[in-house]
Design a binder for this molecule. Structure first.
Ligand code: MN
Ligand code: MN
Length: 387
């Protein structure tokens, strides 16, 4: 890839200079922040016009600290464009519980580190419990009550994704808060027991709280009315990825994980020098979560507008529906990130396939490119490319 970064006096002190354009900063500067957004400070000359902000870092989130863990969210409030999807980064120490709760949007989860136990009961009394490890995912439909708990060792850290940008993790339906706001005689009648049975209910929500590490999963199995018809968990890393010489992609949607009826995802790995190819999604906005490495994305927004953004581990990216983009690995190590869509199925249009499968004379009349440029394009998609 052509190096269009700014000339720098020091690796960590980029200057807003590109060729003959720009000038050194002589006012206030934050070199560490500017080093993380070099393509904002000195954009490629192809950038132009106005785009919404498409980057947010979890480092800038308010973090809700609780006994045994924390939660921070990137929603349409933090990243205004994120209206179709948002995400929460949560940590639970061993034994710590994200209390029994539900919410209106669907919840798609991804285990970043560690191990955790998840439980749910559906509208027909079917019960679900499973232990999740790194790279495992789950999907709870909206309204289905569930819990999350860190397991032995150091518990877990994970990403939650919701198909509503205005979802608020601080405003979920919590079992403690719910029962604290129902008259005790109603609870007594509901369960057919004396009111005194509810004398020790918490007066306010627990949300995240420290508890004991649960025993083996088998001992926690509750049968209820039988198992849920479509399992809520999926082993993403057990899935054979689409491999290319510069990386790989694991796509998960309702075709291979039927419970994922509203949220589809891709876990993408790009080796140094590689790039997620130029493409766009005809069916949804895209939310991205960067797990490791460094990347650069340009989004073309039509009307001569395009802007470039830089991402590091812990950042969130966003691409509005149908806007083409690439994600290049700009670091020395592997880039690994999640792409998420508000859909029951993955769908992307590849620029390379579009041009290769269009009559060549028609393409040449537009772009004046040689036929050989398109000769290597495969009928199989190549999500990650690189020389
Ligand atoms: Mn939830
Ligand atoms: Mn994409």
């Amino acid at each position: 890839m052509t190096q269009e970064y700014s000339k720098t006096t020091h690796h960590n002190s980029p200057e807003p200079i590109r060729g003959e354009e720009g000038a050194p900063i002589i006012g206030p500067t934050n070199p560490m922040r500017e080093a993380q957004s070099r393509d904002r400070l000195a954009p490629p000359s192809t950038d132009n016009g106005t785009l919404p902000n498409l980057k947010w870092s979890f480092a800038d989130c308010h973090n809700r600290l609780e006994p045994g863990g924390w939660a921070r969210q990137t929603t349409g409030r933090e990243l205004q464009i994120a209206q179709a999807l948002n995400c929460v980064n949560m940590r639970l120490k061993a034994g710590a519980v994200r209390e029994l709760h539900w919410h209106k949007p669907d919840e798609w989860g991804f285990v970043i580190k560690g191990r955790m136990r998840i439980t749910a009961v559906d509208q027909d009394g079917h019960a679900f419990q499973d232990d999740m490890g790194e790279g495992d995912i789950w999907n709870f439909p909206g309204g289905i009550p569930h819990s999350l708990q860190g397991l032995e060792g150091d518990g877990s850290e994970f990403l939650l994704v919701f198909n509503d940008g205005n979802f608020n993790e601080d405003e979920t339906f919590l079992v403690t808060d719910f029962l604290a706001h129902i008259p005790k005689e109603v609870l007594a009648k509901n369960f057919g027991v004396p009111e005194s049975a509810f004398a020790n209910l918490p007066k306010k929500e627990l949300y995240i709280f420290q508890s004991e590490v649960p025993g083996p999963l088998a001992a926690d199995r509750v049968v209820g009315a039988g198992p849920v018809p479509l399992t809520y968990s999926h082993r993403l890393m057990a899935q054979e990825p689409i491999r290319t010489k510069s990386g790989c992609a694991r796509i998960v949607d309702s075709s291979n994980f039927p419970a994922a009826e509203m949220i589809a995802a891709g876990l993408v790995e790009v080796e140094p020098g590689g790039m997620r190819e130029l493409h766009w999604h005809p069916n949804s906005d895209e939310l991205q979560y960067y797990i490791e490495g460094e990347g650069r994305m340009t989004v073309y927004a039509s009307g001569s507008a395009a802007q470039t953004f830089d991402y590091q581990a812990g950042d969130v990216g966003y691409v509005p529906k149908s806007m083409p983009h690439y994600i290049a690995n700009t670091g020395m190590t592997r880039l690994r990130y999640l792409e998420l869509w508000q859909s029951d199925h993955f769908s992307d249009v590849s620029l390379a396939q579009w041009l290769a499968f269009t009559p060549y004379e028609l393409v040449k009349a537009h772009l004046n490119i040689d036929k050989s440029v398109l000769a290597k394009v495969s009928t199989q998609k190549t999500p990650v490319v690189g020389l």
